[in-house]
Design a protein around this ligand. Structure first.
Ligand code: NDP
Length: 590
């Protein structure tokens, strides 16, 4: 058992260098790739590449989809007009992690400004039934060494993670200065005082020496643009704003309801089994199926938990960053292969993994047509892979129907519900599992730096940062989880390293009698070139079926998107920069 709990999560567990005796001929793999391409083209034929088929402008008739179901928990307060040392825009893991590191450095004046009624970010908003994290909890939950907490399961549920976020905020005294129910509307650099002036929708004017954009990568709900959305006469909401008042806390009010859900991404995959159990009828409107693998979950073994020595999580993280140990034999086989051969073998191994996922569907789903519809035709990791043991069996329930729109998606809704292929689906409630606007820096606000330059205007010719964290002309401003930073399946690995880096930078400023730090144009340019150099190593982005991982199929500028070097390389750059601060930053003194 203990061995099992020590095992790192490895979703790309294939050794492509070994020649398998029973491998199908290359022709078979080429045929599968042709099918992948035709499924991608089918979708791009229905909707032009890019995010235009979604809207995240949730105003007017759509404003109800953005309303916080827990907003009433925000306490009334007077507008603030004050100063703090460090201000976080957003109160999720980015802010919690970095604040903990800042406390270790002795920083006392820390304010979190958060739209929701509490900390937790994604785990505050996403409380749909079945919500859980697909990353192993011992890796995903940050600061376990510091808090002494051991997650109750291999994969933690949403409620546990949300409670843990609150525990971190208590532990590091982050509630004292935090404000909730508050959206930052503008963040402007005041050249005279060399501080940031932060204004909010609650009439606050706050000054901060340092600002950290900790507003998350997928925080703003989006809806599919569907004709007639506003005409639906039944009840409707987005997965990240689950209406338990309507459904009942255990979905008991759905017993006599006809329920529809649009979308089959990672959120829907977790909610659908619960809806299937509770609703009188459930109609799942699918545009593209997710890949569903086994969820290897279990309760934490208390005996194992007892054995954990201080620093166990940091050690685990280091092992994960090092990656799986590669034997000398495998290294030698890799070295002997041409790049083309490696790509071919990696693609074949990926196809083998996807076909295993197809076989699992055939084994579980009883109706052959439904099973066929649930098969994903793209490479693993074109879309977020999902892990669930109850999702596929849900389609064997008599009250559950899969409406396969074969790549087209729902395009029409009227007062009774969605219409597809001439069939009217009459519903009492329609749930949008249509995801989130993909990370944009300063999603909720305007960031104006030196010489009045708006950060989004600066980025209009392409994103320009150092490490995805600093941008020249925006002194003492730090961006977390954004583009040009490394992206990991376990996002908290990235946030952890960024939090440490930001705390080190702030500490450097405080310890060296410096007032502000701004990266140099040259350092920024070098990073932009580093990002460009690592992109385009494969055609995966171009070849994948559209989704938010590949900008919905749009050709993007080579510097926009994540840093595609390895996590180890990203960390290496970070420490090199910190070892030579004067080469990468300019400082002001007051
Ligand atoms: P996604 O953006 O992944 O999914 C949106 C879904 O809506 C897709 O299935 C999309 O289809 C579908 N869709 C859009 N328009 C239409 C339409 N007109 N008709 C029918 N379907 C439509 O959002 P999620 O909220 O599911 O997930 C977002 C991310 O959040 C995940 O990728 C993951 O990073 C994270 N997450 C992680 C979880 C975990 O750890 N398990 C759980 C939940 C979320 P198409 O694929 O064709 O575009």
């Amino acid at each position: 058992m203990a061995d099992k709990q020590e095992k790192p999560q490895n979703i790309f567990n294939f050794d492509y260098t070994r020649d398998g005796a029973e491998r199908p001929p290359q022709e078979y793999y080429e045929q599968v790739k042709d099918k992948f391409a035709s499924e991608r083209d089918l979708r791009l034929g229905y909707r032009p590449p890019g995010t235009d088929n979604y809207t995240s402008d949730l105003s007017g008739d759509l404003a109800k989809y953005a309303v916080d179901p827990y907003g009433h928990q925000v306490k009334d307060r007077e507008a603030l007009n004050d100063s703090v040392e460090v201000l976080f825009i957003g109160g999720g893991f980015s802010a919690l992690l970095t604040s903990a590191r800042l406390r270790e450095k002795g920083v006392e004046s820390i304010r979190i400004v958060e739209r929701g009624a509490d900390v937790g970010g994604t785990w505050y908003w996403n409380r749909y039934p079945g919500v859980a994290c697909d990353v192993v909890a011992y890796d995903y939950l940050p600061l376990l060494d510091e808090t002494g907490y051991v997650p109750s399961r291999h994969y933690a549920g949403g409620q546990e993670i949300y409670e843990y976020c609150k525990m971190i905020a208590e532990r590091f005294d982050l509630y004292d200065l935090a404000v909730f129910g508050t959206t930052v509307t503008s963040t402007v650099w005041d050249e005279e005082s060399e501080t940031w002036v932060v204004e909010t929708d609650q009439g606050d004017t706050m000054r901060a020496r340092f600002v950290v954009c900790a507003n998350g990568t997928l925080s703003k709900p989006r809806l599919a643009k569907i004709e007639g959305v506003e005409q639906f006469a039944g009840h409707s909401f987005h997965t990240s704003r689950w209406d338990y008042q309507y459904t009942g806390s255990n979905l008991e009010n759905l017993r006599d309801k006809r329920v529809g859900i649009i979308g089959t991404g990672a959120s829907a995959v977790q909610a659908i089994p619960e809806l299937g159990k509770a609703a009188k009828e459930l109609h799942v409107f699918q545009r593209t199926p997710s890949s569903i693998d086994v969820r290897d979950d279990w309760e934490t073994d208390p005996e194992w938990a007892e054995t954990l020595e201080p620093g166990w999580q940091a050690a685990r993280r280091s092992r994960a960053i090092e990656g799986p140990r590669v034997s000398d034999a495998v290294k030698a086989r890799r070295a002997a292969m041409s790049r083309e051969e490696k790509v071919r073998r990696q693609e074949n191994a990926n196809i083998d993994a996807m076909m295993r996922i197809h076989n699992r569907i055939d084994e579980i789903v009883e109706d052959p047509a439904t099973a066929e519809s649930l098969k994903p035709w793209y490479m693993l990791m074109c879309k977020r892979p999902c892990f669930h043991n109850e999702y596929l069996p849900t389609f064997n329930r008599p009250n559950v129907t899969l409406v396969d729109t074969e790549g087209q998606g729902i395009t029409q809704i009227n007062e009774d519900g969605p219409v597809f292929d001439g069939v009217q689906y009459e519903l009492d409630v329609l749930i949008y599992a249509t995801g989130f606007e993909v990370q944009q820096t300063g999603i909720y606000n305007q960031i104006i730096g030196e010489e009045g330059l708006d950060l989004n205007a600066k980025y209009s010719d392409g994103i320009r940062t150092l490490l995805g964290i600093h941008s020249q002309g925006y002194p003492n401003l730090f961006i977390m989880g954004g583009y040009q930073a490394f992206f990991a399946f376990n996002l908290t690995d990235v946030l952890n390293s960024q939090g440490e880096h930001i705390a080190e930078c702030i500490d450097f400023v405080r310890q060296n009698d410096i007032h502000s730090l701004d990266c140099t144009h040259q350092a920024e340019e070098q990073w932009v070139q580093e990002v460009i150099a690592h992109r385009g190593k494969t055609n995966r982005n171009r070849d994948c079926t559209p989704g938010y991982y590949n900008f919905e199929g749009a050709d993007n500028r080579r510097q926009d998107g994540n840093y595609n070097g390895t996590m180890k390389q990203y960390l290496g750059h970070m420490s090199e920069i910190r070892d030579n601060m004067a080469d990468h930053f300019v400082f002001t003194h007051r």
